[in-house]
Design a protein around this ligand. Sequence first.
Ligand code: MTE
Ligand code: MO
Length: 373
Amino acid sequence: MLATAGVALMPGRALAAEPGPIVKPLPPEYFTVHGTNAEMKWTALSGHVIPNDRFFVRNHTRTPVIDAATWRLRVHGNGVRRPLELTYRDLRALPSCTVETVIECAGNGRSFYTSQQGQAVAGTPWKLGAVGLARWRGVRLSTVLRLAGLRHDAVDVLPVGLDPEYVTGGVNLGRVRRPLPVEKALDDTLIAYEMNGEPLPPDHGFPARLVVPGWIGIASIKWLGELEVATTALDSPWDTQYYRMVGPTYPAEGTLVTTQVTKSAFELAWGATLPLGRQVLTGRSWSPDGRVRRVDVSTDGTTWRRAVPTSSGHGWLQWQVPFHPAAPGQYELRARATDSRGVAQPDVSPLNTQGYLFGAVVRHPVNVVQPSD
Ligand SMILES: Nc1nc2c(c(=O)[nH]1)N[C@H]1C(S)=C(S)[C@@H](COP(=O)(O)O)O[C@H]1N2
Ligand SMILES: [Mo]
């Protein structure tokens, strides 16, 4: 492999060619491709953490190729007393910490509004694979904000990505960006430069990205180039036009989406074929505060049994449950997680036009067959 400008070029990939929207290989065993995005297949999982080559990608445009040697992170705005510019080397020299946390798209599970609830929604028709858990290493955003002399009356931080400007319906919305309240910025937000022990892969934000635990994926701006800090509220199309809950049960202007909702998934292909007989089903559940109290599984829609945790539950909870189908045929598997506050996943998610935060119990079809010998 040939390394240039911080990007590993695969053998056979022409140097001069315009890279695709996603740089890394997208083998069909690991991914379902939706335009500029790639969804992780739930059969591609092995350990607790999702390896970099299997982690889902959500790009508004395309993965930019950024040279770490010339990259700068600019921190400016009336919310800081000492505007500054950090090089990659500067960033890596600051005190670091490591967090294991989930990044999940606000639209993860969106397709179930349609397939399960019969409702039309706009956006990428993800199943449950727009989520991943990784070990992120970097510098606390609070460290950088304090270095820049964060003012006590600062209210918002606007991280701006270095990917191409996003043009939709003939309108240029500018660089991908979304304001983050100072409280969250100072709490547990990270400027990450490593993912699972390696420099961030290009598709996941090289050389640096935000990681905002518990919040929807758009908060975790990739290819970070700028942080504008202000003493007045900032906005962007990603909080005024997108990532708002708009629908029959929401106010007309919609409500801002910040945190995620609790979800569960089986580690099975959609419509998987399973043999008749005794077996073990495995899956994972996760919630925005990183804690799941319990998970119940049903294979007939009426009786439920408690799943057995098989991991510490840090970031997401791995679990298993026995399955002993008595007859061949179609089954619908359901997993329902209960979060740390005792709130269980509902049967229905209230409709919103852009299909965000599908937290209802997903009905996962499987086909049980007589094993042929
Ligand atoms: N600059 C930039 N940051 C971005 C995006 C983007 O298109 N551009 N997509 C966001 C969205 S919608 C999600 S869900 C996450 C996905 O992170 P991943 O591609 O590393 O999985 O990145 C977020 N950060
Ligand atoms: Mo997203």
